[in-house]
Design a protein around this ligand. Structure first.
Ligand SMILES: Nc1ncnc2c1ncn2[C@@H]1O[C@H](COP(=O)(O)OP(=O)(O)OP(=O)(O)O)[C@@H](O)[C@H]1O
Ligand SMILES: [Mg+2]
Length: 304
């Protein structure tokens, strides 16, 4: 397995006696895009604020490239580039002037590096124009350029695609993927939309009510588990009863029964229904969207 770039170990956060983050542990590897996925209020921003050193950890620790954010704060945060809240840009200055402004406050950034990041985020043609003429996607890229100036090993972006249109989302997505691949950077992005994570991330960690409830590779997520089959049958009440008696997990959707099954169990169920003189009009697999799977996962954990 690749090298660990970020490691959270039993991280908890309490604010005014309220437990906001509970015992969160995960690792992010060099060269991967890790998605931090959860609904509004789940604790994504809070966790990210602790990862970039903007907020103290109540208990546990975070290591960035091996350095503890608690005991080696400066070393740890020196490896991090981040956009947490909307990056503050001066709209009446050009993109270039904005970067220069930032570079002056950060030791060790050369002219060469400035040009390099501008090229890297694809803003070379527009960098001498005022930021107020930029699209949201371009501003987002300028923010990323700023976060990259000091050559961080870890890039952390809180909801980087917020407010972008599909083309803008795609642009950021492709760009982050190539950064991870070509620069061997570890990238952490948060989002509340699984559909976005699907194409951008290698793995996702799902957070809910301050707890990390699951980590999966996107590939496994897509292939994961049992399917649902739609049975159009008559009489439906009787069919439902038979399936319940057979301990199947069913749901009535639009005058049909949706049954959770492994594929090779389908013939058995059909046979069972036929033996009970149930008329079968159609049996088809219902493909679940990732969103469905995600909701399933989170509701399981809630015990709904
Ligand atoms: N400074 C604070 N004081 C008290 N509660 C806070 C503070 N910061 C965050 N919280 C609470 O912690 C929880 C997690 O908030 P957080 O902003 O981390 O969620 P999030 O996952 O980023 O949500 P969103 O998708 O809306 O950005 C929320 O219930 C929030 O109200
Ligand atoms: Mg947030």
């Amino acid at each position: 397995m690749s090298e660990i770039a970020v490691k959270l170990t039993n991280v908890s956060k309490e604010i005014s006696g309220k437990q906001i983050i509970k015992d969160v542990s995960f690792e992010v590897y060099k060269g991967e895009v890790f998605g931090f996925l959860g609904p509004n209020g789940a604790g994504k921003t809070t966790t990210i604020r602790m990862m970039v050193g903007l907020m103290n950890i109540t208990s546990g620790d975070i290591h960035i490239d091996g350095a503890s954010i608690k005991t080696e704060y400066e070393k740890a945060v020196s490896h991090v580039g981040a956009i947490v809240e909307n990056p503050e840009m001066y709209k009446f200055l050009t993109g270039y002037q904005n970067l220069l402004q930032y570079a002056r406050m950060t030791p060790g950034i050369t002219q060469e590096r400035l040009n390099e990041v501008i090229e890297l985020v694809g803003l070379t043609d527009r960098i001498k124009e005022k930021v107020k003429t930029y699209s949201l996607g371009m501003r987002q890229r300028l923010g990323i350029a700023q976060a990259l100036l000091h050559k961080p090993k870890v890039l952390i972006l809180d909801e980087p695609t917020n407010g972008l249109d599909p083309a803008g989302i795609r642009e950021i997505r492709d760009y982050l993927r190539s950064l991870a691949r070509e620069e061997e950077m570890a990238i952490v992005v948060s989002s509340h939309l699984l559909s976005e994570m699907e194409l951008m991330c290698d793995r996702v960690g799902i957070i809910q009510h301050g707890e990390l409830i699951d980590i999966q590779s996107i590939r496994d997520f897509i292939q994961d588990g049992v399917s649902s089959y739609q049975f159009s049958v008559s009489p439906i009440d009787r069919a439902q009863q038979i399936m319940v008696e057979a301990d199947l997990s069913i749901e009535l959707v639009d005058e049909a029964l949706h049954v959770e099954l492994e594929k090779d169990k389908v013939p058995e169920v059909v046979q069972m229904l036929v033996e009970e003189n149930i008329a079968i009009y159609e049996v088809k697999e219902v493909t679940k969207t990732l969103e469905d799977k995600f909701l399933e996962k989170t509701s399981q954990k809630r015990g709904v």
